[in-house]
Design a protein around this ligand. Structure first.
Ligand code: HEC
Ligand code: HEC
Ligand code: HEC
Length: 350
């Protein structure tokens, strides 16, 4: 018998009805307790792998990931946002998550199977139908890349290296690892902030500005997946106390790389005079000025890598902040990459 178009039409009508009938019959089990058949498991992972490879960013777009300044923020976030499911070098995965279907894998083992671009795709977008969540903020990629940089280091980390990097565990009396509650100090402690760190110094910052920044993270007016998770569980009433606490801290000693005097001099000129030809205002007309608006942040002594990163975010329109943040979008628009390095070097050394 030759297959005619009439047969195809009949098939097209019957197939969905059959599918619905199987679904209605209750024969298909959604029980997680029995696990997947090996074939289903293989099929789902094959689909996932293909989806990830098809959507990964081009290899040329992978930024340099060997910058050690990327790690402190990502390690702290890993402990709060990822270790609950994936475990860490300091703690095995809890039994409760091993009962998930599929169970979250031990990342030490699977990370080497993926390229940087593939890890970025997974961490940014999550994996549907598995419990693997997307990154909390989709509008900026630099934080996701810092997590990829951290994941690359994970297979070589033992418990003590991990505890030191993430800052979120304490060792109990009997030597057992006991998770401490999320604290701001795990990331913002002065001892954890070398000059290359992308985490800002808070000690001595203006109180009004710190409060505005915390509110902006909580209200999602300033996109950061890392800070959004850190403030997510706090009540609005606790924010003024935190702002006051950090504003009254004295900045500690610094361990910076030797600054480049020519770069600092260029930064000083820009900060004091701006550049009229490019409509760049003098930074010091707003920042670090006696009697200036307390909602404008203090930049002197801030980490240079952090300042550069924020200026790049302002330029791309991805920074957000308080009701005044638009002032910076204009002020940063015409800065070149070299200008940004120069003002960051100047303020951080000041
Ligand atoms: C609620 C639990 C949960 C949380 C939280 C979670 N994951 Fe996952 N993750 C999973 C599950 C489940 C899978 C398995 C997906 C699969 O098998 O297809 C997974 C898969 C992955 C994979 C792919 C590994 C592989 O080979 O299948 C990576 C990489 C990953 N997660 C990284 C992270 C990072 C980084 C974080 C924190 C930002 C995180 N995950 C947070 C549950 C979680
Ligand atoms: C997991 C690491 C981590 C934890 C925990 C953390 N922070 Fe942050 N914090 C960061 C990073 C990274 C940034 C920079 C984010 C950005 O690019 O906007 C930041 C930014 C900030 C800023 C903005 C500073 C500025 O100059 O604009 C404030 C204020 C702040 N954090 C306060 C806190 C407080 C208070 C807590 C505790 C409730 C806390 N952070 C917990 C990593 C962390
Ligand atoms: C008209 C006033 C004004 C001028 C001029 C100005 N800024 Fe700003 N700047 C602000 C305000 C306001 C903020 C805080 C934005 C927010 O988060 O709400 C800010 C924030 C910043 C931040 C982020 C600090 C942090 O802790 O996150 C950096 C970096 C910065 N400015 C650098 C500069 C540089 C460099 C110049 C000069 C080229 C400059 N600013 C000129 C008003 C100004």
């Amino acid at each position: 018998m030759t297959i005619r178009w009439k047969h195809l039409i009949v098939l097209a009508i019957i197939a969905p009805i059959l599918g619905l009938a199987v679904g209605w019959s209750g024969l298909m089990s959604v029980r997680a307790s029995t696990g997947h058949w090996a074939a289903t498991d293989w099929f789902l992972h094959w689909v996932m792998r293909n989806s990830v490879s098809a959507r990964e960013v081009a290899t040329g777009d992978v930024p340099p990931l060997d910058d050690p300044g990327l790690l402190p923020g990502a390690a702290g976030h890993f402990e709060t946002g990822c270790a609950v499911c994936h475990g860490s070098p300091a703690q095995p995965r809890p039994d409760s998550v091993l009962a998930m279907l599929p169970p979250p894998p031990d990342l030490k083992e699977v990370v080497p199977e993926w390229s940087d671009a593939e890890l970025f795709e997974i961490v940014k977008h999550g994996v549907r139908f598995t419990g693997m969540p997307a990154w909390p903020v989709q509008s900026r990629d630099d934080e996701v890349w810092s997590m990829v940089a951290f994941l690359r280091k994970l297979p070589d980390m033992d418990a003590s290296a991990y505890i030191q990097a993430s800052g979120l565990h304490g060792i109990g009396h009997a030597g057992e690892v006991s998770p401490l509650p999320i604290t701001c100090e795990s990331c913002h402690a002065e001892a954890k902030l070398n000059d290359g760190s992308y985490i800002p110094r808070l000690a001595g910052q203006s109180e009004a500005y710190l409060l505005d920044a915390l509110k902006a993270y909580a209200d999602k007016q300033r996109p950061s997946g890392i800070m959004q998770v850190a403030v997510g569980t706090l009540s609005v009433e606790s924010l003024p106390e935190l702002a006051a606490y950090y504003a009254n801290q004295k900045p500690g000693p610094r361990a910076d790389a030797a600054p480049d005097p020519a770069l600092i001099e260029k930064g000083r000129l820009l900060a004091e005079q701006g550049r009229t030809a490019d409509k760049i205002p003098a930074c010091l007309s707003c920042h670090d000025k006696q009697g200036g608006n307390p909602a404008y942040p203090k930049l002197s002594g801030q980490n240079s890598a952090y300042l550069q990163n924020q200026l790049t975010l302002f330029q791309s329109g991805g920074r957000g902040g308080s009701e005044y943040h638009h002032l910076m979008t204009g002020a940063s628009k015409e800065l070149t990459a070299n200008d940004i390095s120069a003002v960051a070097a100047y303020f951080s050394a000041r």
